[in-house]
Design a protein around this ligand. Structure first.
Ligand code: IPE
Ligand code: IPE
Ligand code: MG
Length: 252
């Protein structure tokens, strides 16, 4: 295990936890077995993000499009969410973790909704890692929802106001988006927040993902240069130097 250290670039991390079904079928199991094994990885990755002093971790657990899956698979995912909430509650509280669910989770069983509401309320002022589950979540719906809120409030439609009306405005812009499972797409996840995210795709199926791999991805991305549309620092320094040397002759 690595030492606890404060990340500089990867403050807001999001993960598309994909590849459960393939992981299971590759082992001649039913797809739902992949979800069962995948859900036990979540706790390790949350712990690792906390150790690394990541500020927010947003996990894609169920998309609006996932409603099209067979009923048994959807119900299994519901049960696993409930199991996670019951099993991890004490640890989340102990570690000062602020827990939230974004998306439309109104179709979850009543008991699970109560568990979520209680955990959200209990941890709402916690100052540690912001842990967010995206459940019944779609990036396009989130943007439409945000625009509607702005129109209703009569506020001007600006980037800042729209950001402030998202499901969880304090998540801010995502610095790093990881997708496990081998596919290289965003699948309607955090479309607004990922405008300038670093993307990292790994072949590893989610149930086989480890905290070691997570940590090595963070280290890799910590060393990337993010330019946000500008030129690199070195280039900028070099060109300033050259301009000074040419003493303005460029424009004369
Ligand atoms: C991700 O794994 C979990 C959910 C979408 C709920 P999948 O179930 O999509 O697994 P693959 O992509 O089919 O292997
Ligand atoms: C994205 O995975 C959703 C989650 C991981 C929860 P999917 O497996 O649903 O995405 P597609 O269908 O491959 O785009
Ligand atoms: Mg998938």
């Amino acid at each position: 295990m690595i030492e606890r250290f404060g990340v500089k670039q990867c403050k807001n991390v999001a993960i598309i936890m994909d590849g459960n079904g393939r992981w299971a079928t590759e082992r001649t199991h039913r797809r739902v077995w992949g979800h069962v094994r995948g859900s036990s990885v979540v706790s390790d990755i949350v712990e690792s993000a906390d150790d690394l002093c990541v500020e927010s971790l947003t996990l894609y657990a169920f998309s609006t499009e996932n409603w099209c899956r067979p009923e048994f698979e959807v119900k299994t995912l519901f049960k696993l969410l409930k199991k996670f909430l019951l099993k991890e509650r004490a640890k989340l509280l102990k570690n000062n973790i602020k827990f939230r669910v974004i998306g439309d989770w109104s179709r979850l069983p009543e008991e699970t909704k109560l568990l979520i509401a209680d955990l959200q309320e209990t941890t709402k002022d916690f100052t540690g890692l912001k842990l967010t589950f995206a459940f019944g979540y779609g990036g396009r719906s989130e943007i439409v929802n945000s625009v509607k809120k702005l129109v209703e409030s009569g506020k001007e439609i600006t980037e800042e106001n729209l950001s402030d009306s998202l499901y969880a405005p304090d998540i801010k812009d995502i610095d790093l988006l990881i997708r496990t499972g081998g596919d290289q797409r965003i699948s309607n996840f955090l479309l607004w927040q990922c405008a300038y995210a670093e993307l990292y795709f790994t072949e590893t199926r989610w149930p086989a993902f480890t905290r070691e791999e997570f940590e090595s991805i963070i280290f890799n991305v910590e060393n990337r240069e993010r330019r946000f549309g500008a030129v690199s620092c070195m280039e900028s320094l070099e060109s300033t130097k050259k301009l000074a040397e040419q003493n303005g002759s460029l424009f004369s």
